[in-house]
Write a protein that binds this ligand. Structure first.
Ligand SMILES: O=C(O)C1=C[C@@H](OP(=O)(O)O)[C@@H](O)[C@H](O)C1
Ligand SMILES: C=C(OP(=O)(O)O)C(=O)O
Length: 405
């Protein structure tokens, strides 16, 4: 499905309800599979969460998790620790190019039996579940925090719990913190000090209902929309001032774009007011890689110079996001320099109209470029990709008076 989007007003307002964080949802689904008396409310309606639910309920030998990185990594650890169960965990063509070796090595050092069905270091994986008896592991922490969260999630179900030593620089740290806090909220003891994570074993948990906060990465597109408008008021529920999600740093980052954030009970209100445009926006996003595309495109729309660093993980996400951003932003006439871990965008006064944005099977490419419609009409190719994290994204844009055809 290719779509054309446009918007003919300078101001907008509206109320939206986004579903629960896909990161929190996928963690809680693993925990619920290990401790069935956990109940979850406001679960994400994303494809990534649906494939996770399906995988956990499946009795099949082959399980396909499509494009879902968290499902791939968390389920690798989960199935490796399920004694007597054998599965082949596979995914989309891109998933088969996303590395998983550090996690497999860590699990093998704990006693797991995992082999590669095609290429060494990448899915598909054949996993023969075993009781993992050891209780110490070390792994490199600068490639993906998902490997570490995967180990933490199965840790309380291991006989002696688990100590995880993180080596080198730690990337996407708030996601590790999120995993720890989810375990603690469920009643599991653990801590994360310097580079050591310790999770205590737990046989049973008392019944608990956990309400998931809505997804902050999804909220990022509305911050961007508000920023590009002259005036805006967008209300989003169900959000909290104290969040487990690192991407809630958006509230602070978008102050620089003139967007103010107010919390009213479970609703977050984004307000764009007249502001003084900065010459340069400069951010290090090693803690919040998923909002890099959003911020880059906000700067493109507003003609602001932008320097983003800490982007070394973007190359192994749904697509190589650095190359995809450069290629697509250049179609609007912009000049962009990228390195292995950074992006610099030079300001541009006039944007080319009627550009067709390729999305490369990456939901965030589609959603990040949408706010440009407030400046010029544009086409988004394969717009259905948004369902990976936010299936009702285009309907929600229509609620904000965007024309989506
Ligand atoms: O644990 C998680 O839920 C996630 C961790 C991050 O990945 P990396 O740790 O690979 O950067 C993030 O990009 C991804 O969307 C979700
Ligand atoms: C990188 C992402 O997801 P995952 O790694 O879970 O596929 C994302 O949602 O931006």
């Amino acid at each position: 499905m290719d779509i054309k989007i446009s918007h003919d007003q300078k101001n907008l307002s509206g109320n939206l309800q986004i579903t629960g964080s896909k990161s929190e949802s996928n963690r809680l689904l693993i925990l619920k599979a290990l401790y069935p008396n956990i109940e979850v409310e406001n679960i994400s309606n994303s494809d990534d969460t649906q494939v996770m639910q399906k995988a956990l309920n499946s009795k099949d030998e082959e399980i396909d998790i499509h494009h879902a990185g968290t499902a791939m990594r968390f389920l690798t650890a989960y199935f490796a620790s399920r004694e007597g169960r054998e599965v082949v965990l596979t995914g989309s063509k891109r998933m088969q190019e996303r590395p998983v070796k550090l996690l497999v090595d860590a699990l093998e050092s704990l006693g797991a039996d995992i082999s590669y069905e095609k290429n060494e270091g990448f899915p598909p994986l054949r996993i023969k579940g075993r009781k993992l008896e050891k209780n110490r592991v070390a792994l490199q922490a600068n490639i993906s925090s998902q490997y570490i969260s995967a180990l933490m999630l199965i840790a309380p179900s291991m006989p002696d719990g688990l100590e995880i030593k993180l080596e080198g620089q730690i990337t996407s740290t708030p996601y590790i913190q999120m995993t720890l806090e989810i375990l603690q909220n469920a009643g599991i003891k653990g801590d994360f000090k310097k580079n050591i994570i310790q999770i205590q074993p737990e046989k049973e948990l008392s019944s608990k209902t956990i309400n998931i906060e809505s997804d902050w990465s999804s909220a990022s597109y509305f911050y961007s929309i508000a920023a590009v408008c002259e005036e805006a008021e967008i209300k989003l529920s169900n959000y909290r001032k104290t969040s487990l999600q690192g991407d809630s740093c958006l509230a602070e980052i978008y102050e620089k774009f003139g967007v103010e954030t107010e919390y009213d009970k479970d609703t977050v209100i984004l307000r764009k007011k007249p502001w003084k445009r900065p010459k340069l926006i400069s951010e290090n996003l090693h803690n919040s890689p998923d909002i890099a595309q959003t911020i880059a495109v906000t700067c493109l729309a507003l003609g602001i110079e932008c320097q983003l660093d800490g982007l070394h993980t973007l190359k192994i996400k749904e697509t190589d996001r650095l190359v995809a951003l450069k290629t697509e932003m250049e179609k609007f006439g912009a000049r962009i320099d990228i390195t292995q871990n950074s992006l610099r965008l030079f300001p541009l006064k006039e944007l080319a109209a009627n550009v067709s944005v390729e999305t490369y099977n990456d939901h965030r490419m589609a959603m990040a470029f949408a706010p440009l419609a407030l400046r010029v009409s544009l086409n988004i190719k394969d717009a259905g990709v948004v369902s990976k994290s936010y299936p009702s994204f285009w309907e929600d844009l229509e609620k904000l008076q965007f024309s989506v055809e």
